[in-house]
Design a protein around this ligand. Structure first.
Ligand code: DQA
Length: 146
């Protein structure tokens, strides 16, 4: 079985640390990658963190994950609320899927309250800041084994 967890990030998250820090904090996606890799290593797992501003690229990575990943952690960003195509792609993946939102989306505008991706997600983290990613990886480490 693959030992890699794909950590996929949607649009604008390349600007994490610079983008609306009052909502998303000052840490960057590189910090997320480092934190997740350290937690995964505790369980003998690896992480592969990617970010794209393009829906189709994220879908291609989910298809790739079917062959190469044990689990997916995904923050689809704004595509959370719009993308049936990402939901359909996730429905082709057989391993665990954890949805992460840095902010507590349910406290925010009503259009952020609905997630297409949640129709597939096995667990959802929202409002833990970037810590949500590492918590998701820890849960996968504990449940997938190392
Ligand atoms: C987000 C929340 C989404 O509503 C928003 O579009 C994002 C980031 C989060 O991590 O809190 O870009 O997914």
């Amino acid at each position: 079985m693959s030992k890699t967890i794909y950590i996929l990030n949607g649009p604008n998250l390349n600007l994490l640390g610079k983008r609306q820090p009052e909502i998303y904090g000052h840490d960057t996606l590189d910090d997320v990658a480092r934190n997740c890799a350290a937690v995964a290593a505790e369980f003998g797992l690896e992480t592969d963190l990617r970010q794209s501003n393009h829906e189709g690229e994220i879908i291609d990575w989910i298809h790739e994950a079917r062959e190469k990943a044990a689990a997916i952690v995904i923050n689809p960003a704004a595509y959370t609320h719009t993308s049936v195509a990402i939901l359909d792609a996730l429905n082709t993946f057989e391993g665990p899927v954890i949805e992460v939102h840095i902010s507590q989306v349910h406290k925010r505008e009503p259009f952020r309250h609905h997630s297409y991706v949640s129709h597939r997600s096995d667990a959802v983290m929202a409002g833990f800041g970037i810590g949500g990613y590492a918590l998701a990886v820890r849960h996968l480490g504990l449940t997938l084994g190392g």
